[in-house]
Design a protein around this ligand. Structure first.
Ligand SMILES: Cc1cc2nc3c(=O)[nH]c(=O)nc-3n(C[C@H](O)[C@H](O)[C@H](O)COP(=O)(O)OP(=O)(O)OC[C@H]3O[C@@H](n4cnc5c(N)ncnc54)[C@H](O)[C@@H]3O)c2cc1C
Length: 268
């Protein structure tokens, strides 16, 4: 069956990091009053390359559902076609347009909401921003149900901490939202966390276990219980390039986490 194609028109574009050439985009879906999706899903975007060949790329939605809009967070990739095509779109009225289909994907929050560790690097922050907006809406009731939500975000340099002010502001308003940016190539004046995301995820898991009096590693779930019936009190959501995703999955598997507790999206 042919997929329904939508025209998405660019309302706003902002360069959110000069050093990594990362852009934030706000699109509206033409001829639709609303555009529903689950936070964390992605859109498939289509455009013709200079050789007239149709190219399709996936982009995580960087927002929670709002009217007929969706937002993206994309960085230019050297010699890449689509990322540069997007970054070069104009937001001057009426705004450049792309064809999209979607929403797609299962990288979505598991319900009911549990304690959650949101782990990402680079533009992997996109779906995490959607989760954060949905859990802690600006105008609406808090959906986090008081669960601890850790956002562990790794980049190389401070200038690549996308949406930093938004997350700091969220953490200031919600004591159960913990924003933990970590830099792998921090300058001397950086006062925050250093190193790779895995190290901080491990610390969160261990400290939480100590606080709740759990023994580590968590015992393997009883194989007699079907996976669909297993209930977990914590999940990890991981998004970014495969190396990092694999590293975090391995780290959590080392603590005896079940595969259903670890939800991930790989960009490569
Ligand atoms: C489910 C999903 C969601 C995604 N969400 C996002 C998102 O929110 N934001 C975002 O920026 N990207 C996202 N991506 C990656 C995106 O789909 C493209 O791969 C990326 O924009 C590069 O496309 P391009 O056409 O510019 O480069 P291409 O022309 O496809 O590739 C050019 C060269 O760059 C290399 N390359 C491809 N991708 C990357 C990369 N990400 N980093 C470094 N080198 C790369 C390729 O190996 C190739 O050598 C997502 C991918 C998937 C599968």
């Amino acid at each position: 069956m042919a997929r329904e194609l939508f025209t998405a028109r660019l309302l706003r574009k902002e360069c959110i990091s000069e050093s990594s050439q990362c852009y934030h985009f706000v699109f509206s879906v033409e001829d639709h009053e609303s555009f529903p999706f689950a936070p964390g899903q992605f859109m498939s975007a289509l455009a013709q390359d200079p050789n007239g060949k149709q190219q399709t790329r996936a982009y995580s939605i960087a927002s929670a559902p709002h009217a007929n809009q969706f937002e993206l967070c994309v960085n230019r990739v050297d010699n890449g076609f689509f990322s540069n095509h997007l970054a070069d779109l104009t937001d001057l009225p009426p705004g450049g347009a792309i064809q999209v289909h979607g929403p797609h994907g299962h990288f979505t929050l598991r319900e009911p909401v549990t304690d959650s560790i949101l782990i990402s690097t680079g533009t992997g922050i996109a779906p995490m921003r959607g989760f954060a907006q949905w859990l802690f809406p600006k105008d609406g009731p808090d959906r986090s149900q008081g669960k601890d939500i850790w956002m562990v975000y790794g980049t190389r340099h401070e200038t690549e901490l996308y949406y930093r002010e938004e997350f700091e502001e969220l953490a200031a308003r919600h004591p159960n939202f913990h924003y933990l940016p970590t830099l792998s190539r921090a300058g001397e004046d950086w006062k925050g966390l250093r190193g790779y995301v895995q190290e901080h995820v491990a610390r969160i898991v261990e400290e939480r276990a100590a606080r709740l009096g759990l023994t580590l590693p968590t015992p393997e779930p009883d194989p007699a219980i079907p996976a669909a019936e297993l209930k977990f009190d914590i999940h990890a959501y991981i998004c970014g390039l495969n190396n990092m995703v694999a590293g975090v999955r391995e780290c959590l598997a080392g603590y005896g986490w079940h595969r259903k507790q670890i939800v991930f999206e790989r960009y490569d």
